[in-house]
Design a protein around this ligand. Structure first.
Ligand code: XUL
Ligand code: MN
Length: 343
């Protein structure tokens, strides 16, 4: 069964280029202008952080937040766009300096839980069925500062809380082993899937695999995807690329290792990804060196590279591959794959 592919990205994937060592290098593009680019670039889905959808959340009443989210839904409808998910931005606020759900400060944990409820409300108002939890600061810089059992239980309790709070939503956990923290509590997709088992609704807890995050855990993204697909838990992906174990690079899909990218496309396509409405998210960053007039190419080319790799993957003769597997001639299999890619 082949996959069905529709593409999404988040407004943060078009940005001004500031990094920890230097300021912005491009002009800001207002959110409404960003929306204009989606269809032109071949994208139909929008990914949101809670405050991408409703800016300045902390200073608005619940009523205002829902009103603005409802208005946003109309804007999306007018553009023919769909909201894929909403993710609480639990890493920027002063309450979340030491994490959200696992913070050592009870008031800060309460803030994080309330923000998760608001995220669920925004998701419902903009017609998104999914919440993404990238557990950015749920981890430690100093190992003795948090007890890992208590921390894991607290993440489980947060999941249970939001599943009970809004029965229509599903949660997708986006694992990442490090950055901004030294060591995250949910570093891999195996951890993410296991978290569902701490709730009474594991069928509503799945995962989002980001290529770069798997690579940062020194794991192979396509194998991680295979594991999640076997568990029927791969509900979204953030495709991109990453050159080794360093800061999270969010490079254009396939930029570093096209074969590794091919294998991600192949496992998704072979196992019918997208046939239940799953999206291909491209969590890619504009290179800081790109000028204003060419600052969307990372999105355009990531999608294009995905589609080119899909063509190559679909051109493979399965019988030939089976034959090579049967004779255990893996050198020939390697040649067969590389020859197709290098043509
Ligand atoms: C962080 C990351 C985030 C999430 C959304 O590394 O990938 O962009 O995807 O919060
Ligand atoms: Mn991501």
């Amino acid at each position: 069964m082949q996959g069905t592919f529709r593409f999404s990205f988040g407004p943060w994937n078009i940005h001004e280029g500031a990094d920890p060592f230097g300021p912005e290098v491009r002009k800001s593009i207002p959110f409404n202008e960003k929306l204009e680019y989606y269809k032109k670039l071949g994208f139909d889905g929008v990914q949101f952080h809670d405050d991408d959808a409703v800016p300045d959340l902390n200073n608005k009443t619940h009523e205002q937040i829902i009103k603005e989210a409802t208005e946003l839904k109309k804007v999306l409808d007018d553009h023919g766009l769909v909201a894929e998910f909403v993710a609480p931005r639990l890493w920027m606020d002063p309450h979340t300096i030491d994490g959200g759900f696992t913070s050592n400060c009870p008031k800060c944990r309460e803030y994080a839980l309330n923000r998760l409820k608001t995220t669920a409300d925004i998701a419902s108002a903009i017609g998104a069925k999914n919440i993404v939890l990238w557990l950015a600061r749920e981890g430690t810089y100093i190992r003795e500062s948090k007890d890992p059992v208590t921390a894991t239980e607290r993440i489980g309790e947060a999941l249970q809380m939001v599943l009970d709070y809004n029965k229509d939503i599903r949660v997708m956990i986006e694992s990442k082993p490090n950055e901004p923290v030294d060591h995250a509590f949910i570093p891999t997709i195996g951890h993410a899937i296991a978290m569902g088992l701490m709730t009474n609704a594991p069928d509503r807890v799945g995962c989002l695999i980001e290529s770069a995050h798997a690579i940062l855990a020194n794991l192979c993204p396509s194998e991680e995807m295979g594991f999640a697909l076997a568990h029927k838990k791969l509900w979204s992906v953030h495709l991109n690329d990453q050159n080794g174990l360093k800061f999270d690079q969010d490079q254009t899909f396939g930029m570093v290792d096209p074969r590794r990218a091919l294998n991600q496309v192949r496992v998704l396509d072979k196992h019918g990804y997208g046939n239940n409405g799953e999206w291909i998210g491209l969590d890619v960053k504009v290179l800081r060196t790109q000028k204003d007039d060419v600052c969307l190419k990372h999105l355009e080319y990531s999608r294009k590279i995905f589609l080119r790799l899909l063509e190559i993957s679909r051109s493979f003769d399965d019988a030939k591959i089976e034959e090579l597997i049967g004779t255990r001639d893996y050198e020939e299999l390697n040649w067969y794959i590389l020859d197709a890619m290098l043509k």
